[in-house]
Design a protein around this ligand. Structure first.
Ligand code: NAP
Length: 244
């Protein structure tokens, strides 16, 4: 296929699923991680089984110097960049009065600034080729009010707005920008929720279950493909009906 994708936060969860799916479709893949080198290397090994190239890159997406170095490595090692999946994110729920300023800064750094740093670097690489796709992983929390998630929801709302504006800005350069808004997906992030909260959320999902990482990866692969060539600036909700 001769296309290269970078997936941030790909050592686990949704990012891992997207990286493996893109590898299975013939993309060479850069697997970004923050701390979990062993898991990232396992994802790389998994992807290489498809006969494509894959590398693991450690970078904190909330750190601009790390991000710049990561994109230099992608181009040096894999030659180009066609698809960025901005996925690395954190959740740290708290009621407003319990909100810790360090946690607020961390969420804003990773979930918002990190997406901008990566989108900016990706665009620098895609400009020359006059083509590229950026997919931002938002959340259904940007569309509905879940008590305790004000910071997380605000970061994901920022991503939705960023997606629409960047789509308009970058369309003349052949770069499409979309977001996906998953509901509750079976990953470590959801496993961390208290059991009673999880059960309460599942009761509210019309399709009656958590989503699977593979279902999210299929949507990301579609948005990355030429089958989605006329779709840009959208936030595609994938939540089993939770937000209806
Ligand atoms: P997860 O299982 O907790 O995995 C998080 C991934 O992000 C890991 O690979 C982690 O790397 C990486 N990461 C964390 N901080 C990072 C940083 N500063 N720099 C680079 N990488 C970092 O999360 P997930 O559930 O797959 O969620 C992925 C994305 O989907 C997030 O943006 C999340 O908000 C969104 N989302 C998730 C759900 C859900 O139900 N799971 C629903 C809606 C939206 P290490 O392994 O190295 O720590």
């Amino acid at each position: 296929m001769n296309k290269v994708a970078l997936v941030t936060g790909a050592s686990r969860g949704i990012g891992r699923g997207c990286a493996i799916k893109l590898g299975s479709l013939g993309y060479d893949v850069a697997v970004n991680y923050n701390s979990n080198e062993e898991e990232a290397n396992k994802v790389v090994a998994e992807i290489k089984k498809f006969g494509v190239n894959a590398i693991a890159i450690k970078a904190n997406v909330g750190d601009r110097a790390d991000v710049n170095a990561m994109f230099r490595t992608v181009v040096k090692e894999l030659g180009q960049l066609d698809v960025l999946v901005n996925n690395a994110g954190v959740v740290d729920d708290a009621f407003l009065l319990m909100l810790n300023p360090d946690s607020l800064d961390r969420s804003l750094n990773i979930n918002v600034k990190g997406y901008f740093y990566c989108a900016q670097q990706a665009t620098l690489k895609m400009f020359k080729a006059k083509k590229g796709v950026i997919i931002n992983v938002s959340s259904v929390s940007s569309k509905m009010a879940l008590a305790g998630q004000s910071v997380y929801a605000a970061t994901k709302g920022a991503i939705n707005s960023m997606t629409a504006t960047l789509a308009a800005e970058l369309a003349p350069y052949g770069i499409r920008v979309n977001a996906i808004a998953p509901g509750f997906i079976a990953t470590d992030m959801v496993a961390k929720l208290p059991e009673d909260k999880k059960a309460e959320y599942i009761k509210q999902i019309p399709l009656g279950r958590l989503g699977a990482v593979e279902e999210i990866a299929d949507l990301v692969a579609f948005l990355a493909s030429d089958s989605a060539a006329y779709i840009t600036g959208q936030v595609v909700v994938i939540d089993g009906g939770l937000s209806l």
